[in-house]
Design a protein around this ligand. Structure first.
Ligand code: GUN
Length: 300
């Protein structure tokens, strides 16, 4: 079997066009121009690229995409005060603190390293377009979400728009991060997902670095979602014939971007697979725009 390539880039383009139309309508009906402010601490090159891409995507959708650049040496107290200032600014609808914050060895928080959790906890839940705050995580857990975290929401949109149903299927999520693995599992297991029943009601297994017999667990997946951050860790022999494979990884190896899935091998087994780049990555930004518009609507 040779897998169908799931074109996340094209679907993200469709979502971005829809958001741009909704933004124009919202502003035409008297709403404020939605505004996202990204907070970028330090000089990490990958984070700089991500933040620039987010800001450009905002502008294309008619959203004000601002970036606050702070030196790595910024203290925890100073960063908390910046977040508080954005919480209090009525012109800012969405706040995104770009992760990772600089480590102690990169001079973060004057060389002591940041308490990332405390910073994320300080973001006003109504402006928390990443959906990382405990309030928004809790609402998702209870099935009454306001914002959905961008990467798993993008994957749900991809499945929905490619007519791939997760209902009743066994989904294996490899990776248990707060950003992708945990919320992804929760969204797919919900009674009603954000796109209706067809991408919810899955039977979900979360696998991780301590899972015994990972290969057998992966082979039992109808839908296999890899979000581990290890280049090409999911090899072809871990993919069941006809499975759908979603690759969340973006790893730079010898100046080339590769996913968490060995694409060529896995494509021989899967019925459908996302490429890297051009798969899940573009959807994350599209859903961030969606959340920023939603934040502006919630605050108006
Ligand atoms: N770093 C990598 N992914 C993300 C994300 O989705 N949001 C934020 N704020 N930082 C990230």
């Amino acid at each position: 079997m040779t897998a169908i390539r799931l074109d996340g880039k094209r679907i993200a383009g469709e979502i971005r066009e829809d958001v741009a139309k909704d933004v124009a309508q919202f502003v035409a009906s008297g709403g404020p121009k939605p505004c996202l402010t990204a907070v970028l601490v330090g000089e990490d090159p990958a984070s700089q690229v991500y933040v620039r891409n987010k800001s450009r995507a905002c502008e294309k959708a008619g959203i004000d995409g601002r970036t606050m650049r702070l030196p790595a040496e910024t203290t925890q107290a100073e960063l908390l005060s910046v977040v508080q200032g954005l919480n209090d600014d009525p012109a800012v609808h969405g706040i995104l603190v770009q992760l990772p914050l600089p480590s102690a060895s990169n001079g973060g928080n004057g060389g002591e390293g940041f308490d990332e959790r405390q910073i994320l906890d300080a973001v006003d839940p109504l402006k928390d377009v990443d959906a990382f705050s405990p309030v928004n995580v809790g609402l998702l857990m209870q099935g009454r979400h306001r914002f959905l975290p961008c990467t798993p929401h993008g994957i749900v949109q991809l499945l929905h728009r490619c007519d791939i149903s997760a209902s009743g299927k066994h989904v294996v999520v490899v990776g248990r991060s707060d950003i992708v693995g945990k919320p992804m599992a929760m969204m797919l297991a919900q009674r009603d997902g954000s796109c209706g029943k067809e991408v919810a009601n899955a039977t979900v297994t979360i696998a991780h670095s301590r899972t015994t017999n990972l290969k057998q667990v992966c082979l039992s997946a109808d839908i296999l979602i890899a979000a581990v951050g290890v280049p090409e860790m999911i090899t072809g022999d871990m993919v069941a014939d006809g499975a759908v494979v979603i690759d969340v990884g973006i790893n730079r190896v010898n100046d080339k971007l590769v996913g968490d899935v060995a694409f060529d091998e896995a494509s021989q087994k899967a019925s459908a697979i996302t490429p890297v780049p051009g798969g899940v990555g573009p959807l994350t930004i599209a859903m961030l725009l969606h959340n920023t518009l939603m934040a502006a609507k919630l605050q108006s």
